[in-house]
Ligand binder design. Structure first.
Ligand SMILES: [Zn+2]
Length: 291
């Protein structure tokens, strides 16, 4: 296919050479065949010293012959990024009960935790926006479950609904934890063991979690959790509505660090760390959706 794209020769001043003319016609037919059916059995001959130098085909024609050269890896994919919690907390709104999956109900949304000088919802929002940008750079369509860090909602069931309605390829929920235990630090990843989509979806989600764990090790200095998951940094749960209610979309919930730990908090405040997390999560998403 590449030979075709560079060998169309204008038959200027060569009409008395029947062999050359035949070769040129064959080359032209080859190009038509390549465009029509994606290939040609006869490779175009390289131009000899006696022939005029081949003129490159136009850029648009080259693009038509070689579409993969410009396609980004996540083109055509839809990824839901869920910045956990919301900017405001209003008791009457946040405590109303909503479906949580597996027949249970739970409060619409909790207020989230906080570290000194940084609230969880603000970290989640900033981190989600960076991830959105990174995924879009790779061609993905990204849906955020909330559009600002100043309003109420949506409730946790609605966050899953965004992915279900869009038939999204992945959901990544961003949170940070708040644990007062001494020396408790590090990230962990929550996966659901009671997803609406069943055991296959749970398996895919766990695979995504493991890829994320490896990418975080490669790109960041945040350690695995010292207090959840017994060294695996994985936390299977059945009470997370945003994951439980997913019907076809593999999903995970990140707890990016412990905001009550000064080392973790320092990282989560750093722009460099946030950028590294965005790249790590996007790399894991890309591996999941392109392998
Ligand atoms: Zn949270």
């Amino acid at each position: 296919m590449t030979a075709v794209a560079t060998s169309v020769v204008a038959p200027r001043g060569r009409s008395r050479d029947p062999r050359g003319a035949g070769r040129r016609w064959r080359t032209a037919l080859c190009l038509v065949a390549a465009l029509a059916v994606g290939g040609c059995g006869v490779p175009a001959s390289p131009p000899s010293a006696a022939e005029p130098v081949a003129q490159p085909v136009s850029a648009s024609l080259t693009a038509a012959v070689r579409p993969s050269a410009t396609t980004k890896p996540l083109t055509g994919r839809t990824i839901v990024v869920d910045p956990g919690h919301n900017g405001k907390y209003r008791k009457s709104f946040n405590t109303k009960k909503v479906p949580a999956g597996n027949g249970r109900k739970k409060a619409c949304n909790s207020s989230g935790t906080a570290g000194k000088g940084l609230s969880e919802h603000a970290y989640n929002w900033a981190q989600a926006k960076l991830l959105k940008k990174e995924l879009e750079k790779r061609g993905a369509t990204v849906l955020l479950t909330r559009t600002n860090d100043s309003g109420l909602g949506p409730c946790v069931d609605k966050r899953a609904k965004v992915a279900n309605d869009a038939r999204a390829d992945l959901l990544i929920s961003i949170h940070a934890d708040g644990n007062y235990a001494k020396k408790a630090r590090g990230f962990h990843i929550i996966v659901s063991k009671t997803m609406a989509g069943g055991s296959e979806l749970e398996k895919k989600s766990k695979q995504l979690a493991k890829l994320v764990r490896a990418e975080l090790k490669e790109h960041t200095s945040m350690p695995r959790s010292t207090y959840i998951g017994r060294g695996t940094a994985l936390s299977p749960r059945s009470d997370i509505a945003t994951l439980n209610l997913l019907k076809r979309t593999p999903g995970i919930m990140m707890e990016m660090g412990n905001m009550r730990n000064s080392k973790d908090l320092k990282l989560m405040k750093s722009k460099a760390f946030r950028k590294q997390v965005a790249v790590a999560l996007a790399d894991a998403a890309e591996q999941t959706l392109t392998s």
